[in-house]
Design a protein around this ligand. Structure first.
Ligand code: EPU
Length: 338
């Protein structure tokens, strides 16, 4: 076990923030994770995996454990379905491509989401009408306090919109080491009702898309709107779309009749935070090296050497401005590490 010291975390977070870790250890299997958690010299641990949903504001004094446990295997299959076990350190998108190459359906709408498989359940990643929970079977996580592996069913994960048990009661208590996904081998349930996907398929003249064609459409849409973290540091949507109750929504809708919205249930509505932020004039704005993306106002970007604090200050400014103008509180989707 080789603990490194004074490591820059720039390569380990998709925002490309140059924070430092005093101590850093690469974890390649569950046994190594167990041993690392037992290290008495380093009582404080900090877990980093794909680093695609975090904003690191300060240097990290704790021992950083980089979860890099790899492996994908089929654990069960019949004529219709396959259950895959995916280890936490697998890159999410590479894993999605692996499933598509074998003709397994279910993850095509979740193509090109940055980050690793192990962190996907934490915020129940979602895009274009599909969420992780739709193909999720279970996950295994190590309890930090006693290093025991525990299995979590879908119900136990209590998935919500960008939310789960691991963001609430389970926060800071578990490290996900693997997850099981149930995918289709035939009779795939395609989800192409999301406006942008339909339009993209139509553009290509595709009327009966395959799972690969849906994936290609998603990839084109994402590439046209969302910056590639390898080229421009970012963490995807920085804020969650606010959910308004009926009376709040009615008041909002009366004043801003042309604002886009989605009906979530009989008495709840989601308003795109990207639209609210754009209306406040932030789209494409740059403050030093911190900025708001020019094609999607929900995405904050690091043009090179922005600090975590600079991005956080910009996020605060945006939140205040949206609250002043619309009386709507938007909350970060990204995990802010102070
Ligand atoms: N909009 C604007 N201005 C903007 C951005 C968006 O007016 O700058 C409007 C769009 O015109 C559209 C609406 O807002 O009418 C929704 O925009 P979009 O389809 O881009 O989706 P979103 O609600 O902004 C969510 C997810 C994305 C996901 C897309 C597609 C959240 C927080 N974000 O964004 O997820 O890819 O839908 O499903 O729910 C992520 O979580 O990192 C992420 C990228």
């Amino acid at each position: 076990m080789e603990i490194l010291q004074h490591i820059s975390l720039k390569e380990y977070n998709s925002f490309g923030i140059s924070a430092k870790a005093d101590y850093f250890l690469e974890i390649n299997n569950e046994e190594a994770l167990r041993e690392a958690l037992q290290l008495r010299d380093h009582p404080e641990k900090f877990i980093i995996s794909g680093g695609s949903n975090m904003l690191i504001v300060n240097d990290i004094k704790a021992l950083v454990l980089h979860i890099n446990i790899k492996g994908i295997e089929i654990v069960e299959e019949d004529e219709d379905h396959v259950i895959l076990k995916v280890m936490a350190g697998e890159n999410w998108h590479q894993m999605v491509l692996w499933t598509l190459e074998r003709g397994y359906g279910g993850l095509e709408n979740l193509s090109l989401i940055p980050g690793s498989a192990g962190t996907a359940p934490i915020q129940n990643i979602g895009a274009y009408g599909v969420e992780l929970k739709d193909s999720f079977e279970s996950c295994t996580a190590m309890e930090i306090a006693n290093q025991e592996l525990k299995q979590f069913s879908k119900e136990a994960c209590r998935f919500g919109y960008r939310d789960s048990f691991f963001k609430n009661e389970g926060k800071g208590k578990y490290i996900i080491t693997s997850l099981c996904l149930k995918l289709t081998k035939r009779n795939h349930k395609l989800n192409t009702t999301y406006g942008a996907i339909e339009a993209e398929l139509q553009k290509k003249g595709i009327t009966h898309p395959t799972i690969n064609e849906v994936s290609q459409a998603v990839i084109s849409i994402r590439k046209s709107k969302l910056p590639d973290p390898k080229e421009l540091g970012n963490s995807g949507s920085f804020f969650k779309n606010p959910v308004l109750d009926k009376s709040e929504f009615d008041r909002f809708h009366q004043r801003y009749a042309d604002a886009p919205y989605y009906k979530v249930s009989e008495d709840t509505y989601k308003v795109p935070a990207g639209w609210l932020i754009e209306q406040c004039g932030f789209k494409g704005k740059r403050y030093g090296d911190a900025g708001v993306h020019k094609r999607q106002a929900l995405v904050l970007v690091n043009y090179g050497s922005a600090s975590g604090k600079e991005i956080m200050d910009l996020a605060d400014k945006i939140q205040k401005s949206v609250l002043d103008k619309f009386n709507i509180r938007i909350l970060p989707e990204v995990n802010i590490i102070k």
